[in-house]
Design a protein around this ligand. Structure first.
Ligand code: GDP
Ligand code: MG
Length: 370
């Protein structure tokens, strides 16, 4: 269900897009034509418009790319790719994320501070790449279920000494369903027991065919321990990104996705966001689900205070009145009033949903008793 965009839904219903957006808007859900609809939204919309919705197969990679291009904003410019790393437990996701960051951070930045904020950006050959530093496919699928689709490229990590495991298979399935380009990182190549050909064979059996075997997926041998292959991996990411022609308009009103959030002593609610479009600035009036506020501070992945965040870049945002869940979308609004209005509508909607849930379950309880 997360594979349909607002405008596609409108086309299917033969309704003007503005009708769809209005219904969502009245419920406090701010969506634009390219946003993906989540299961909840589809349910609401189908009730509202009195239609039955059948969920069809997810689109393949190529459709996805073409559509994204077709809707280019004339003012959009190139933006960095956003990467999610997934893989079986202990195959080295965390180590790889750390190795990439350490390899790139220490060069220019004194001390090489590594503050974990849930996402970070590195530079390779003068180009930026943003990694979502909350590894694991739970985060990825939660986000997609909410209709928040920020990953451009999926890296599947497989330990070359261990091969394909149950979670590797889950991740392959998820990655394929998402239609995102995949790169395989063959990790732990420093180990004597590493057997990359065996892993390639196993992956190929599950539809992930290596380029050097005539397939279409790049397999990059790496070692998170020694740092071997990290540059190769980053270069592969940049090549893949180039084909995708990722774009955003830095002058649009900011739209960003929450990757992590918490309540912090002295700071209040904080949310690490990745900007999807526009530029997020200090002083912006923002709404984020049922939360709203004015951006008081932005702190980058190096722990530095910054004034603005460009597309595909990340920062901890301070100034919301409550903690938004990961996967929520933060949007800049014209005024404090507008931000507050949206937040309250959203809150009301959530409350109603909770109410209808509890009514339903108490009815079920009653039937059970009879
Ligand atoms: P995750 O569960 O996928 O996040 O895996 P971790 O990053 O926590 O790594 C699991 C274990 O594998 C840890 O003990 C790491 O030190 C080790 N490890 C990770 N990458 C490598 C590697 O490239 N080479 C070797 N020898 N060990 C690694
Ligand atoms: Mg880990």
């Amino acid at each position: 269900p997360e594979d349909i965009r607002v405008y596609e839904f409108a086309e299917k219903l033969k309704r003007p897009m503005s009708d769809i957006i209005k219904v969502l808007f009245d419920l406090g859900m701010m969506m634009t034509k390219n946003d993906f609809l989540g299961a909840d939204e589809i349910e609401i919309l189908s009730e509202e418009f009195g239609v039955e919705v059948t969920i069809i197969d997810p689109k393949d990679e190529f459709n996805y790319v073409e559509e994204a291009k077709a809707d280019e904003d004339p003012n959009a410019v190139e933006r960095p790719p956003v990467i999610t790393i997934m893989g079986h437990v202990d195959h080295g996701k965390t180590s790889l994320l750390d190795a990439i960051r350490n390899a790139k951070v220490t060069e220019g930045e004194a001390g090489g501070i590594t503050q974990h904020i849930g996402a970070y950006t590195v530079s390779q050959d003068g180009k930026d790449i943003t990694f979502i530093d909350t590894p694991g496919h739970a985060a990825f699928s939660n986000m997609r279920q909410r209709g928040t689709d920020i990953t451009d490229i999926v890296i599947i990590v497989v330990a070359a000494d261990d091969g394909v495991k149950p979670q590797t298979l889950e991740v392959i399935k998820l990655a394929k369903e998402s239609g995102k380009p995949i790169i395989v990182a063959l990790n732990k190549m420093d180990k004597e027991t590493a057997n990359p050909d065996l892993v390639k064979g196993q992956m190929a059996e599950h539809g992930i065919s290596p380029v050097d075997w005539g397939g279409d997926i790049e397999f990059v041998p790496v070692s998170a321990k020694t740092g071997m292959g990290i540059d190769d991996l980053l270069e592969n990411i940049l090549l893949t990104a180039e084909v995708l022609e990722l774009k955003a308009n830095p002058n649009a009103k900011a739209k960003a996705a929450v990757v992590e959030s918490s309540l912090e002593k002295g700071r209040g609610p904080v949310a690490t966001v990745i900007v999807q479009n526009g530029t997020l600035k200090i002083g912006d009036h923002v709404v984020c689900g049922a939360a709203y506020g004015r951006v008081k501070a932005l702190i980058n992945d190096m722990g530095k205070n910054i004034k603005s965040v460009a597309p595909s870049h990340t920062a901890v945002t301070v100034g919301l009145n409550e903690v938004p869940p990961a996967g929520e979308i933060l949007m800049a609004m014209d005024s404090d009033k507008e931000a507050k209005e949206y937040a309250l509508k959203r809150k009301e909607y959530e409350r109603n949903k909770e109410l209808s849930k509890s009514t339903k379950s108490s009815l079920e309880d009653m039937t059970a008793m009879i």
